[in-house]
Design a protein around this ligand. Structure first.
Ligand code: ATP
Length: 880
């Protein structure tokens, strides 16, 4: 078989039968075995974007930094001139650092790959006559794919059977109107893509209808693949924070290089050895330029995303992890997200409409309520007795079954011959059933949709009133009505497109049914958490305003302001909607287009909005939202593709947990940046101030590298494992534009650096005065230990160590201990001590170093007291 040898345009010229023949497939699909053989031949159905980096390349990339290469080069030169030991030490430290970096990045990469796999789309196929859902990358030419509204087309398909299929091809052709498809063969081989109406292309989205098609091309051979190939590999987008830090790093690099040049020149002027000064300046540059910051952030975000998935939030776009903490508004659906989506019939109010009607002309309805509810219903019982379908419908079916309706007989007796399906916009559905000559239509839906389509009667006003009362109790109310159609009414039987205007009138109202969908247990608590975290919760629902308000009140959403309906929203201009959003928190009977406008209005108010959605039409709102949230269980592919995050359990509380996690991760990134910058500043100040104070060069290149690449690296990374502070959800959201250096971060780095340098240089001066030959060891040790003291204090910006618990981050504690042990080891192992040009210290001297270093810890704790009590660094206007 040489499927791909056929020139591509031929597929649309074939009839369905000839396509199946050419591609060697059948109406019941390939067998799994055939599919596997083909997959071996054609490869995975994947677009090859940026190729995954191999482990080796990742390792090599650790040495890619120019400064590190210069350092290694300089060390090798030093070896040539006879400083072999130094060279070895420097190379070893750089290697160790590279391995550390590699391990981190590799873990992050693995975490991302795992997430990518979880987010991968699936496809429904028919193989060997059996429908199943498989990962879309396993599709092969010849597979039969079933499509329905909301699906993203998983490969290029030749359509075989369709039911009113409409596809949005804007991703491929730029045409924004959905294209109606058909299955007939087309003549013209040269037709443009958009006119090949019998093909469906990978990456386009089904907006309406259903279809079955046979896969003709997969992966890079699809039309989308060709475009992807032309565009080349796409880079992963970096988060705003990463971009800002990269820019900051570049500016800092210039500054550090300038300072290094000064340190180098000052050393020369004082008559230090030129080679030594060069290595010193270079080591300092390598150590103090935070070029690894953006990479560390990727690691923090990726590992954070992995944690989130365990809490049922699947991140599709990595920067979302960082920005989640800025969310000020969460706009959420009601059904299934705030509520359990386990509906139950709570109440039935029969309306004796037929008594009031003119019995001579109309007669009593042919169907009872229970019968109408079963017929006008797409839910079906499963072999295990459970019911499959939309929860509203399964609840109704369950109710009818419990009243003794014989479902199979009834549906057989009254087969459905036509229908106008349910859509959220219509908020009702109508089916037509035939029994012999007798034709009857059943309608169920929102009362305000159904009642006006019933015959006028004395009960109408009363029924409307009753519906309002039930809704105000939080029930979803459906009105059920039937209509007898004239026998042999061909307009309404199979095949003819129904006209809603002529069919949906003159109905007889049977009853109002109130369905109860209890709120999820965690919902109220999650809403309360949002309130304390300064996040507003807005409910947006397709349900009735009264139902919406009742449920909102039950979960604690502010429902004091009037509920706005979709119609009212449609009547407002953007300005009015913006004003309304000052206090409206419940929107009802809303259409997806309104959702988009609500997000835009919130953003125009300067808010940072998360928005949930599950349908095809929700995609624009999800894309527009700062955090688009799709449903993993109930949602469509289209919504998932548009979203930044997918809720695997469809649960509102999961969004709140994700926000909390996002805040924690951002805090940890800030901790890391705070720590690293302070440390670097400490080293720079030490080397910069020493000559000014008339002190000899305090540290050797190896010391600088050791501190920065090893003893700092471990505790610094462990900071990213810090737990959330007790009050993460008690503070207002972080303004998205707020700099990471806000709230005193850079001030902290400067003064803590100065303090560390002061302590180190003070020790150096004192030791020199005492004629202590180990003055350099003491200086080096004080500086290293003060960094460890600092990392303990910097675990929280506001709270003292004892409040967050000294043992609450075991990883960090382990890293601090390990670093301390390493420091003792290099000081007391003769070979290493010689390598580092240091000498063993006495116990008293160790005590002295620990004591001096603790000053940093105490000082930072004092700073926190001022932050807590005096509002230091609160350089941000609190939100109202
Ligand atoms: P939310 O936006 O909170 O998730 P929803 O999307 O479930 O709510 P829709 O499904 O759009 O809301 O339903 C809107 C209205 O349509 C309901 O209030 C109900 O009156 C009516 N309705 C819902 N399901 C059906 C159905 N299967 N048949 C007929 N009418 C229905």
């Amino acid at each position: 078989m040489a499927i791909h040898d056929l020139p591509p345009p031929t597929w649309h010229q074939q009839t369905p039968e000839s396509v199946l023949r050419l591609i060697d497939s059948r109406a019941d699909g390939l067998t799994d075995h055939e599919a596997e053989t083909r997959r071996a031949q054609y490869g995975d159905n994947l677009l090859v974007t940026a190729a995954r980096r191999s482990a080796l390349r990742m390792l090599l990339a650790q040495f890619g930094d120019v400064m590190v290469l210069v350092l290694i080069g300089a060390a090798l030169v030093a070896m040539l001139v006879g400083e072999a030991e130094d060279t070895l030490a420097i190379v070893a430290i750089v290697l160790l650092n590279a391995v550390l970096g590699f391990v981190q990045e590799y873990r992050a990469e693995q975490a991302l790959a795992a997430l990518g796999q979880m987010a991968a789309p699936s496809a429904r196929v028919r193989r060997a006559g059996r429908e199943q859902s498989i990962a879309a990358h396993r599709l092969v030419p010849g597979d039969l794919v079933l499509l329905e509204a909301g699906n993203v087309v998983p490969a290029d398909l030749r359509l075989l059977h369709i039911q009113r299929l409409a596809v949005d091809e804007s991703a491929l052709t730029g045409e924004s109107l959905a294209v109606e498809k058909h299955t007939a063969a087309l003549d013209d081989a040269e037709l443009p893509l958009g006119d090949r109406r019998n093909l469906a292309y990978k990456g386009t989205t089904v907006t309406a209808g259903r279809a079955e098609g046979v896969v003709v091309t997969t992966g890079m051979r699809t039309e989308l693949g060709r475009i992807a190939a032309m565009l080349g590999a796409q880079q992963d987008p970096r988060s705003p924070l990463q971009l800002r830090l990269a820019a900051f790093g570049r500016r800092l690099a210039v500054l550090v290089l300038g300072l290094c040049a000064v340190i180098f020149a000052a050393g020369l002027l004082r008559g230090e050895d030129a080679g030594l000064m060069f290595m010193t300046a270079l080591s300092l540059a390598v150590a103090a330029i935070p070029e690894a910051l953006p990479a560390v952030i990727t690691v923090a975000l990726a590992l954070g995303a992995r944690r989130m998935v365990r809490q049922q939030a699947l991140i599709r776009r990595l920067p979302a992890v960082e920005t989640l903490g800025s969310v000020t508004f969460i706009c959420t659906d009601k059904t299934g997200t705030l509520t359990q989506n386990r509906m139950q019939v709570d109440r039935v109010r029969a309306i004796n409409e037929h008594e009031a009607s003119d019995a001579a002309t109309e007669g009593a309805p042919v169907l009872s309520l229970a019968e109408a509810v079963v017929l006008c219903n797409d839910a079906t019982p499963q072999p295990d007795g459970s019911l499959l379908g939309d929860p509203t419908e399964t609840a109704l079916l369950q109710h009818a079954l419990s009243h003794g309706v014989d479902l199979a007989t009834l549906r057989q007796c009254w087969p459905r011959v036509n229908e106008i399906p349910f859509t959220s916009e219509r908020a009702r559905m109508t089916t037509v059933h035939a029994h012999g000559d007798t034709l009857v239509a059943c309608m169920k839906g929102a009362p305000e949709q159904v009642l006006p389509r019933c015959q006028a009667s004395a009960h109408a006003a009363e029924a409307m009133q009753e519906a309002e009362t039930m809704a105000a109790e939080g029930l979803r109310v459906l009105a059920v009505a039937v209509r007898s159609l004239p026998p042999g009414d061909t307009d309404h039987v199979a095949g003819s497109a129904l006209d809603a205007n002529t069919l949906e009138r003159h109905f007889t109202l049977l009853a109002l049914v109130g369905l109860l969908d209890p709120p999820r247990e965690e919902a109220a608590q999650a809403v309360a958490q949002c309130r304390s975290a300064g996040i507003q919760v807005v409910m947006i629902t397709g349900d009735h305003p009264a139902t919406a308000r009742a449920i909102a009140a039950r979960v604690g959403i502010d429902s004091t302001a009037p509920v706005l309906s979709g119609r009212e929203v449609a009547g407002m201009d953007d300005g009015a909607l913006r004003v309304a959003l000052a206090d409206t928190r419940v929107f009802a009977r809303v259409a997806p287009e309104d959702k988009l406008r609500i997000v835009q209005a919130l953003q125009a108010r300067g808010e940072y909005a998360a928005m949930t959605g599950d349908g095809v039409n929700d995609a624009p709102a999800l894309r527009q939202a700062n955090i688009g949230v799709a449903m993993g269980r109930g949602g469509t592919d289209v919504a998932r593709e548009a979203a930044h995050m997918v809720l695997l359990d469809d649960n509102f509380a999961t969004i709140v947990r994700a926000v909390r996690e996002g805040r924690r991760i951002y805090d940890n990134i800030r901790r890391f940046v705070r720590f690293v910058l302070s440390t670097n500043s400490g080293e720079i100040w030490t080397l910069f101030l020493a000559p000014l104070l008339g002190l000899p060069l305090p540290l050797l290149p190896m010391h600088i590298l050791w501190m920065n690449l090893v003893t700092d690296g471990l505790p610094g990374l462990a900071l990213t494992a810090e737990r959330a502070e007790p009050d993460v959800m008690q503070r207002p959201p972080r303004p998205p534009s707020e700099s990471i250096f806000a709230h005193g971060l850079w001030q902290h780095a400067v003064w803590v650096g100065l303090l560390m340098a002061g302590l180190a240089l003070g020790t150096q001066a004192w030791a020199l005065r005492q004629n202590n030959a180990r003055w350099q060891t003491l200086t080096f040790t004080v500086l290293t230990l003060s960094q460890l003291a600092h990392v303990l204090a910097v675990r929280s910006e506001r709270h003292p160590l004892w409040r967050i618990g000294p043992f609450s981050n075991p990883l960090l504690l382990g890293a601090v201990l390990l670093t301390f042990v390493l420091q003792v080891a290099i000081t007391h192992t003769p070979a290493l001590a010689q390598l580092f040009r240091i000498a063993p210290l006495s116990l008293a001297e160790w005590g002295l170093c620990v004591g001096v270093a603790s000053v940093v810890y105490v000082a930072v704790e004092i700073e926190k007291v001022f932050i807590r009590t005096r509002g230091w660094y609160a350089d941000v206007t609190p939100r109202s």
